[in-house]
Design a protein around this ligand. Structure first.
Ligand code: TRP
Ligand code: ZN
Length: 479
């Protein structure tokens, strides 16, 4: 249990003490107590976790273990009504705590079943409970928060002008969350450092499908003119790879080797043009597992919209999202993220190159093994591309740059340089698989990665990191 003193605060105060003594004790305790009401020396949870690019993203003082989201979506009106049940463990004694939410109207909130006061400022919700509940928000304790909300979810514009959050489509909508968009459709701790399991129950007009991460938790249920879909994600998931796609979809379910569920959802207008590529999802998963170790999830698949509905692909967990029929390259890239990004998740947005460098390198590997283009050729091409040299991959200058070319191309060059340093492909792939295993379902920093590689190779690679990962200028190609 926790290490607090056994008697602290009124709720645990000594029984049978004289009224005067008790009153005195109350006064003294209240005076020394930051919260002032609960008699617990709790402090407000921080409004952000100081991400280098998004300092207010996420919240301090607790860890979410599970989200249970129930949504009713009206695609004609582009509105939703939601209930978010959030199970979290306090990592400090809390007098109040924050959730991230952009837009929407909060109708009510409870913590441990009792009403909580909600204050909104920007994308921060602050929940303050009454004294009775506060006494339960001690470090190490698990507590449940329920937020009821509704409204028109927002499309958010990123620092680089791309759109995320809630994106209306011709026949519904899709929710995409990298890097901060998931706060547009549910309240939560929206920093990648806080991963959780999810249950999602979504009701949509009959005839439309609601697709999300994980596995279907039972068949869709239609009542009147509404159909309810249920999705379960057992493995930890960062909120930026959580998704919901509502629309007309042709869906297919199958099972691949190892019992992995393959669920694909394709907009009928993209069906023909994407059929061949989507059919290769299991093959890509198996090929990547051959290089990176066991596929980290119980389900895979793809969500394919119609061209023009949204601008970019995203490695949504289990089921990458594609804005139209994907190329093999893109499928290979997004599927590689299931290991590098979704299972091994960046600790902060500065560690983004770990996602994109490894996913891009996986494209180079595919080209090498399937298309007779040696990775060295892809490296040489990237080396000549001026766009790769704008800044060091491990240190983008601003939030607008985290998805710029150096994070991808130069990130992949770093991996190629490691392969050269290892100078043995068997060892190199063992190293990649070892990395995926070391932080499976967790988070990792760039420092974790460089330390891991040095330990695995037994080499001091500080020159490699200095030149290729952190250096401002282009090193010699064979440097
Ligand atoms: N991660 C996506 C990919 O590589 C690209 C992407 C979409 C992205 N939205 C983003 C990257 C926002 C950074 C920030 O396929
Ligand atoms: Zn990517």
């Amino acid at each position: 249990m926790d290490q607090r003193l056994p008697v602290r605060g009124t709720a645990r105060g000594p029984r049978g003490a004289g009224a005067a003594a008790l009153l005195l004790a109350l006064v003294v305790l209240a005076a020394g107590c930051t919260a002032g009401t609960g008699g617990v020396e709790g402090k407000p949870g921080a409004a952000g976790v100081r991400d280098p690019y998004f300092p207010r993203l996420g919240n301090g003082g607790y860890d979410v273990t599970h989200y249970d989201l129930t949504l009713d979506v009206d695609p004609d009106e582009q509105t939703l009504r939601g209930t978010a049940e959030i199970t979290a463990r306090a990592t400090q004694d809390l007098s109040s705590f924050n959730l991230d939410l952009a837009g929407l109207t909060v109708e009510s909130a409870t913590v441990e079943g009792r009403p909580a006061a909600v204050n909104r400022a920007g994308n921060e919700l602050t929940l303050r409970t009454d004294a009775k509940v506060e006494d339960r928000l001690h470090e190490g304790e698990t507590f449940r928060t329920v937020v009821r909300y509704s409204g028109s979810p927002k499309t958010l514009t990123d620092a680089d002008d791309s759109e995320e959050g809630w994106l209306p489509t011709d026949d519904g909508a899709v929710a995409l969350g990298e890097p901060t968009g998931s706060m547009a459709w549910f309240p939560g701790n929206h920093h990648p450092g806080d991963k959780a399991s999810y249950d999602l129950t979504v009701t949509v007009p009959k005839g439309l499908t609601a697709v999300s991460n994980g596995v279907p938790a039972g068949p869709p249920v239609t009542a009147g003119d509404r159909t309810t879909y249920r999705w379960h994600t057992a493995e930890p998931m960062a909120s930026y790879v959580a998704t919901l796609a509502v629309g007309r979809f042709t869906t297919k379910t199958s099972t691949m080797a190892g019992g992995i569920t393959v669920f694909t959802a394709v907009d009928p207008e993209s069906a023909k043009a994407s059929a061949r590529t989507v059919a290769r999802v299991p093959e890509v998963v198996e090929w990547e597992a051959g290089h990176f170790g066991p596929y980290p999830f119980s389900a895979t698949g793809a969500i394919v919209e119609r061209t023009g509905d949204s601008g970019y692909a995203l490695e949504t967990q289990n089921r990458p999202f594609f804005p139209g029929p994907p190329s093999m390259e893109l499928l290979v890239h997004e599927m590689a993220h299931q290991w590098f990004g979704d299972s091994v998740t960046p600790a902060t947005w500065r560690d983004m190159w770990l996602n994109e460098g490894l996913a891009t390198y996986t494209e180079w590997l595919w080209a090498e093994e399937k298309e007779d283009t040696p990775a060295q050729e892809s490296f040489d091409e990237a080396y000549e591309d001026e766009d790769n040299w704008a800044f060091p991959p491990a240190d983008p200058p601003s939030a607008a740059d985290i998805s710029e070319q150096p994070v991808y191309g130069r990130g992949a060059m770093v991996i190629h340089k490691i392969r050269e340093a290892v100078d043995d492909d068997e060892e190199f792939f063992a190293l990649l698989a070892g990395w995926a295993k070391a932080h499976r379902h967790g988070n990792a920093t760039t420092a974790d990665f460089t330390a891991y590689v040095e330990k695995a190779t037994g080499e001091d690679l500080s020159e490699l990191w200095k030149d290729w990962l952190y250096g401002e200028s282009r090193p010699a190609a064979d440097g």
